[in-house]
Design a protein around this ligand. Sequence first.
Ligand code: ARG
Length: 244
Amino acid sequence: MRKLMYLVLVLALVLGLGGQAFAQTYVVGTSADFPPFEYIEDGEFVGFDMDLMRAIADEMDFEIEFRDISFDSLIPGLRTGTIDIVIAAMTITEERKQAVSFSDPYYVANQSVIVKEGLDRDLTVLFGDNRIGAQTGTTGDLWVTERLYDQGILTGQVVRYETFDLAIEDLVNENVEALVLDRPVAERFVEDRPLILVGEIITHEEYGIAVDRGNEELLQKLNEGLQRVIDSGRMGELIDKYFR
Ligand code: ARG
């Protein structure tokens, strides 16, 4: 009897530890300045992307650990291996695909323009001698740089910010005349600040989850997990939670 109890105890221990050791942990990088996709509330990572990533990890039986990193350091982080996965409302672009591999798209968004309220500004703020802000390395930054600045349409300055917290602060304080950023996020920022949305730029950007280029095994897990999250109805719930 005693022997049997020992055996059961040892077995439970081995299985328990084994179970833990086998659950892979991936480090997930994000830039937590982008509500409702990723932001920090009471010290916790919250938002649509954060919940989506947790749901995928749940489905595929792996553990995750989030890291907050500036947006333009996310791809370098994947390349050097300090992080394994990036989920950051990141648009799938041809240029980024040279360095990283993207999951199937999980969200579509356009760019938009926001200004300070009450200054009688509109979309024409993008033309001429103004200061237009964007987050460094984002598609908004690229659009302003390539389509406006390099063409001589914007003759003022492109002001680049590491995080959106700083960009929004500068807009409210009138240190820049406008910001260009993804529309769902712009909508969130103007809700409770003296800012307004004055235009949408139809860029039809698809967001994807990124891994280092060629990490097919992990990419497969993410795509399978994403599909399961969609099929189970969990995706619909997340959309309702964050966008309705
Ligand atoms: N969708 C845009 C891009 O890929 C902006 C993403 C910014 N994300 C963030 N978490 N700050 O460039």
